[in-house]
Design a protein around this ligand. Structure first.
Ligand code: GAP
Length: 497
C-alpha cells in the first residue's frame, strides 16, 4: 500500500465533492441555488459534528472546575454596546460603482496578482514623488509589513489607501478607479423583537457565544457554589454577516462555537493562560489530528485586541495555508467591567479566603466547531493506492467517526443475514452502526472507508461453525477474528482507547 497523503492542489474541491456525495455537508437551500455562507450537515456530517462537540463538552465540563450553560441567541441590545460590537465589530468595505460588487478593503490585495500590485504601487510612487513624508510612509510599510501583506496595509492607510485604490481595476468587472470610499460595515445580523419594526425593537443574532457566559457569571458561580478559579463552557450557534465568505466551512455566516471562559484571580492569569494554551492544543492531538499541521500563532504585543493582555491562535495547515481554528485570550477584566458599567450591577467576586473583592480576569478558549469540523475532515482524508487502485479513506479517530462499525453478511443465504441482523440489533444499543448486504465485499469496504467507518464486521462460513466474525480495521486493513459475544466490548475498548 502506498500512502498518497501529499494532497493535490484541488484537495478542497475533492473533499467538498466527497462531503456532498457521502452526505457530510450540503449547500444550504441548494434547490434554490444556495445561500452564500450557509451550509447544511447531512446524515454523516451531523454525526461527525455532534461527536466533535461531545468530545469538547466532555473534556471541558467533566471536571469539577468548569460548569456548562446554554444561553439564548438573542440578548439584550445593551450587551452588544457593552461588548464593543456595536461600535467596533466592523470590516472596512468598498463597492465597485460599476458592477456593484462589494469587497473587504483589508484583504482586497489577496485577489490581485503580484504583477498588477507592483504596477499599482509604481503608479502610486510616481503620483506622490514630490511628497517626501508620503513616500517615506509608503516605503516604511513595504519594508516592515510584519506578517501582513504590505499591499493590504497600504490600502488600509488613511492617507495612502484612497490613492492606491484609484490605481486599481475592480477584480470583478475590470473597470479602473471605480471604487467608493471605504465604509465601516457592521458584521452583526439585525432583527426586531416583537411586532414593531422600529429602532427601539432592534436585537442582534449573537456574533459569539461568549457574551452569554459573561452576563451569567454570578448566576452560575452562586447556583453551582463555585469558587475561583472556575470556568463556564457553552456550545452554540453564532452569526456574522461576513463580506467575503470563503473556503467551504472556514468562513461562513452561520457557524457554531465551543467557548469556555475561565475566571481567575488577576494574580494567577499567566499560570492559567499557559495551562489552557497547552490543554487546548493537546485536545486536537488527542483526537488524532496530525501534530505537524498544528501550531500556535502568538499575537505580538502591537497586534493585540484592545481588551487582551496575551493571545494566541491554534492554527491548522489547510491546503490553502495556515488558518486559525481556535483563539486563546487573556481578556483581563475588560468584559466584566464593561458589563458592570453598562448594566449598573456589580459583577465583583468576594474571595472568602483572602477577603478580597475584585473583578476576575478571564482566560478564554474559543474554538469553532464548524471550522474544527473542516480541519478534522481534511486531516482525515487520504488517497491511497491499494493493489493498483486508489481508495479514498477518511481516517477519523474512532471517537469522531460518524459510524463506528458496519456489519456485512458475506452472502445473503445460509443463515448469515439472520446472524448479522442479531449482531446489528445488539450493537445498535450503544453504537451508531450500518448494515450493508449489497455488492461484493471489497466494494462494501470501500464505501465504509470513504465514510470513515473504523471497523467492518463480516459474517462468513466460519461464523456458522464457531460464532466468530472477522473485524477489519480501516487504516491497516488488517483482519482479526472476534467472538460475537465479545464484539461489544471489543468495539468499546477500541473506540475509547
Ligand atoms: N469570543 C471570541 C471569538 O469569538 P473569534 O476569533 O472571532 O473569537 C473564535 O472566533 C473562533 O470561531 C475562530 O477561531 C473560528 O474557529 C470560529 N469562527 C469565527 N468566525 C467564523 C466564521 N465566520 N466561520 C466559521 N468559523 C468562525
Amino acid at each position: 500500500m502506498s500512502d498518497k497523503k501529499n494532497k493535490p492542489a484541488d484537495v478542497v474541491a475533492n473533499i467538498v465533492s466527497l462531503a456532498k456525495r457521502r452526505g457530510f455537508v450540503f449547500q444550504s437551500s441548494e434547490i434554490y441555488g444556495g445561500l452564500n455562507g450557509c451550509w447544511d450537515y447531512g446524515p454523516l456530517g451531523v454525526e461527525l459534528l455532534r461527536n466533535i462537540k461531545e468530545e469538547w463538552w466532555k473534556s471541558m465540563t467533566y471536571r469539577e472546575d468548569v460548569e456548562g450553560i446554554d444561553a439564548a441567541i438573542l440578548m439584550h441590545p445593551r450587551v452588544w454596546e457593552a461588548s464593543g460590537h456595536v461600535e467596533n465589530f466592523t470590516d472596512p468595505m468598498i463597492d465597485c460603482k460599476v458592477c456593484k460588487a462589494r469587497f473587504r478593503l483589508d484583504v482586497l490585495g489577496d485577489s490581485i496578482s503580484d504583477k498588477k500590485k507592483d504596477k499599482a504601487l509604481n503608479d502610486l510612487r510616481f503620483e506622490i514623488k514630490d511628497n517626501s513624508s508620503l513616500i517615506e510612509k509608503l516605503e516604511n510599510k513595504i519594508a516592515n509589513p510584519g506578517d501582513e501583506d504590505p499591499f493590504n496595509l497600504i490600502l488600509e492607510d488613511n492617507d495612502l489607501g484612497k490613492l492606491l485604490l484609484s490605481k486599481l481595476n475592480c477584480p470583478q468587472c475590470g473597470n479602473l478607479n471605480s471604487f467608493t470610499d471605504a465604509r465601516k460595515f457592521n458584521l452583526m445580523f439585525k432583527t426586531f423583537i416583537g411586532p414593531v419594526e422600529d429602532s427601539s425593537a432592534v436585537v442582534y443574532l449573537r456574533p459569539e457565544t461568549a457574551q452569554g457566559i459573561f452576563v451569567n457569571f454570578l448566576n452560575v458561580q452562586s447556583s453551582a457554589r463555585q469558587k475561583l478559579p472556575f470556568g463556564i463552557a457553552q456550545i452554540g450557534k453564532a452569526f456574522r454577516n461576513e463580506i467575503n465568505t470563503k473556503n467551504f466551512l472556514f468562513r461562513t455566516r452561520e457557524f457554531e462555537q465551543m467557548e469556555m471562559q475561565f475566571f481567575v484571580n488577576p494574580k494567577n492569569d499567566k499560570q492559567w493562560y499557559d495551562y489552557w494554551k497547552a490543554e487546548r492544543l493537546q485536545w486536537y492531538k488527542s483526537l488524532g489530528m496530525n501534530p505537524n499541521k498544528l501550531r500556535y500563532h502568538d499575537h505580538p504585543a502591537n497586534k493585540l485586541a484592545h481588551y487582551a493582555k496575551e493571545a494566541t491562535d491554534i492554527e491548522y495547515e489547510f491546503p490553502f495555508g495556515w488558518g486559525e481554528i481556535e483563539g486563546i485570550h487573556n481578556r483581563t477584566d475588560f468584559d466584566l467591567s464593561r458589563h458592570e458599567e453598562y448594566s449598573g450591577k456589580s459583577l465583583k467576586y468576594f474571595d472568602d479566603e483572602t477577603k478580597e473583592k475584585y473583578i476576575p480576569y478571564i482566560i478564554e478558549t474559543s474554538a469553532g466547531a464548524s471550522r474544527g469540523f473542516m480541519a478534522f475532515l481534511i486531516d482525515a482524508y487520504y488517497e491511497e493506492e491499494v493493489n493498483g487502485e486508489i481508495r479514498s479513506v477518511l481516517k477519523f479517530h474512532p471517537k469522531l467517526a460518524p459510524i463506528k462499525a458496519a456489519i456485512f453478511p458475506l452472502v445473503n443465504k445460509d443463515g448469515m443475514p439472520e446472524i448479522a441482523r442479531e449482531i446489528e440489533k445488539d450493537l445498535r444499543r450503544n453504537f451508531k452502526v450500518f448494515y450493508d448486504d449489497k455488492g461484493a465485499i471489497g466494494r462494501r469496504y470501500r464505501r465504509q472507508d470513504e465514510a470513515g467507518t473504523p471497523f467492518c464486521i463480516t459474517i462468513d462460513t466460519q461464523t456458522l461453525e464457531d460464532r466468530t466474525v472477522t473485524v477489519r480495521e480501516r487504516d491497516s486493513m488488517q483482519q482479526e477474528r472476534v467472538s460475537i459475544d465479545q464484539l461489544s466490548k471489543y468495539l468499546n475498548d477500541k473506540i475509547i482507547m
